[in-house]
Design a protein around this ligand. Structure first.
Ligand code: FE
Ligand code: CA
Length: 533
């Protein structure tokens, strides 16, 4: 989505790396790694509550989860209020909320090179179980988090509950939807991109007008590591976001705004030189990893990071998490909405990149799960945004990568992949759509269903419908629902059907909005296709 941003101009402008490419960038970032694993600090380095950014867990396996926190007694200070010493952080995992039955514990090191973030890859847990966790640094105890391991891969699983969300532009409003999400009973949450935005945040925090003074470091678009880190510090200071992280394990991926609006691979939409842009991308990816519950294999190596990955939930569900930004071809025909763009159909162009595309389809072929979920970013189904012939379509979504999309759809059909369920973010709009093998033929088979979640806050208060949303429905018969309120989507999966509840809040300009179910749909495992509940 396009947003107005302020480009950096003053003393904070991008450090120039002349002729820095590939290996040289990796080398440059290799020097910014911790010197050792010894915790050299002492409790005296943590004087005030360091858990201002909350806690999180994520990437659940049958035997473990990742636990995350970051020590930042002063979150909007570039160093987080910490000095350059490493700090030991104790952690505990227990069966009960009062930590009477601690099953795993240890000491992790919060390194200044990772801005005192902590990623604990806890293993040895039992499958399909709820656990509680907490941290201690110095004399400070963190809040208690709740998490859940994935079911045993061989287990016959009857039911799973999950929710998904995306797009939380901080200055556009409150994260009320997360407060309601935290009250649900979920096995896992998927986050589908735009965790931060590069937009300027004014001193009042935009629409929040919260009274918390935002430093002027937030009036420039981030490109350095410290500026990206500060974005996460601000966003993660939100109590509703913290509550949703503390309540469930999250599986996160990114879209464009974690780096810059509508970037593609190493191509910036602002024509930043590639040598500069990959340094910016490296900074953005590093800050993302530092602030999410991710394992070491997902830690960036210079400007590259392996974020696409797979999860299993017994015999019920296989999840493939995509990264459709890092490897994509540049948008065709200059991006935006275009009609009849020949480049959009060029088979040489790709959305996931050839390696990820092969990985995805190989994973579908090997899957023994009843349902096969793809958690990804931009809209998969065709969405004509005009009634003209040819129609305008978005060059940034899969509509701008039509041959790549057809390879995916044909690949799913050829592998007879059952229970195809695609979760999507990006558009700041709720959609429910049937995935057709050929979107221009209503009699074409329905391969699965796509659920597109609206934003948490991006776009402000929103509205139930408008002329654009009416046009979506008129021009695209496979799209069954369109709504532009803020919220998230909550799903219940059993062996025979998936049910999706689109949950919306009427406003985000002030806190405290109630949540309602705006629409509910089911799709049968035996016969994919959306039915209104
Ligand atoms: Fe967004
Ligand atoms: Ca986006």
């Amino acid at each position: 989505m396009s947003d107005t941003i302020v480009r950096d101009t003053g003393p904070l402008s991008r450090r120039r790396f002349l002729s820095v490419t590939g290996a040289a960038v990796t080398l440059a970032f290799g020097t910014n790694l911790p010197r050792g694993d010894t915790a050299a600090g002492s409790a005296s380095t943590v004087r005030a509550d360091p858990f201002t950014l909350g806690i999180a867990s994520g990437d659940p396996l049958a035997d473990g989860v990742v636990l995350w926190t970051r020590l930042a007694p002063q979150p909007l200070d570039p160093m987080g209020g910490m000095d350059q010493r490493a700090v030991p952080v104790q952690w505990q995992v227990a069966r009960d909320e009062r930590f009477r039955q601690v099953v795993r514990s240890g000491v992790a090191t919060a390194h200044p090179e990772y801005r005192h973030s902590v990623h604990v890859d806890v293993r040895g847990l039992a499958p399909g179980r709820q656990y509680f966790y907490r941290f201690r640094a110095g004399s400070h105890l963190s809040p208690v988090g709740r998490t859940r391991t994935a079911p045993d891969p061989r287990a016959s699983v009857g039911r799973l509950r999950f929710a998904f969300a995306s797009c939380q532009n901080y200055p556009e409003g409150f994260y009320t939807a997360y407060r309601h999400m935290a009250d649900e009973d979920l096995d896992v949450v998927f986050f589908l991109g735009d965790y931060i935005y590069e937009n300027a945040v004014d001193a009042l925090g935009g629409a929040r007008a919260s009274g918390t003074a935002i430093p002027d470091l937030f009036t420039v678009a981030p490109d350095t590591l410290d500026l990206y880190r500060l974005r996460y510090s601000l966003y993660k200071s939100d109590p509703d976001l913290q509550a949703a992280h503390a309540a469930f394990p999250w599986i996160v991926t990114w879209d464009d705004h974690e780096v810059e609006d509508n970037y593609a691979g190493d191509v910036s939409k602002y024509n930043t030189a590639v040598d500069d842009f990959i340094v910016q991308r490296a900074n953005a990816y590093r800050a993302f990893w530092e602030h999410q519950p991710l394992r070491v294999p997902q830690r960036p190596k210079g400007p590259d990071a392996l974020l696409y990955r797979r999860f299993g939930f017994g015999d019920l569900l296989q999840v493939s998490v995509l990264d459709t930004r890092q490897y994509r071809s540049d948008q065709a025909c200059g991006d935006g909405a275009k009609a009849g763009c020949a480049g959009a159909a060029d088979p040489a162009r790709t959305m996931p990149g050839n390696v990820q595309e092969e990985w995805l389809l190989d994973g579908m072929a090997a899957s023994h799960a009843r349902w096969n979920l793809i958690a990804q970013q931009t809209m998969l189904v065709q969405r004509k945004v005009s009634l003209t012939d040819p129609a305008l379509v978005s060059m940034d979504a899969w509509d701008g990568y039509q041959a790549s999309r057809q390879r995916l759809l044909d690949g799913l059909v050829q592998r007879e992949t059952p229970g195809v369920l695609v979760l999507t973010g990006d558009t700041h709009t709720n959609y429910a759509a049937d995935i057709k093998r050929n979107f221009d033929d209503e009699t074409s088979p329905t391969i699965g269903v796509e659920l597109v979640g609206t934003s948490i806050s991006s776009g402000g208060n929103g509205e139930d419908t408008n002329a654009d949303r009416q046009l979506d429905l008129a021009a695209n018969p496979h799209i069954k629902f369109a709504n532009q309120q803020r919220g998230y989507v909550s799903c219940a999966l059993d062996r025979d059907q998936v049910r999706a509840d689109f949950k919306v809040v009427p406003f985000i300009s002030t806190p405290g909005a109630p949540v309602t179910v705006r629409a509910s749909f089911t799709s049968l495992h035996a016969q994919p296709g959306l039915e209104t509940v």
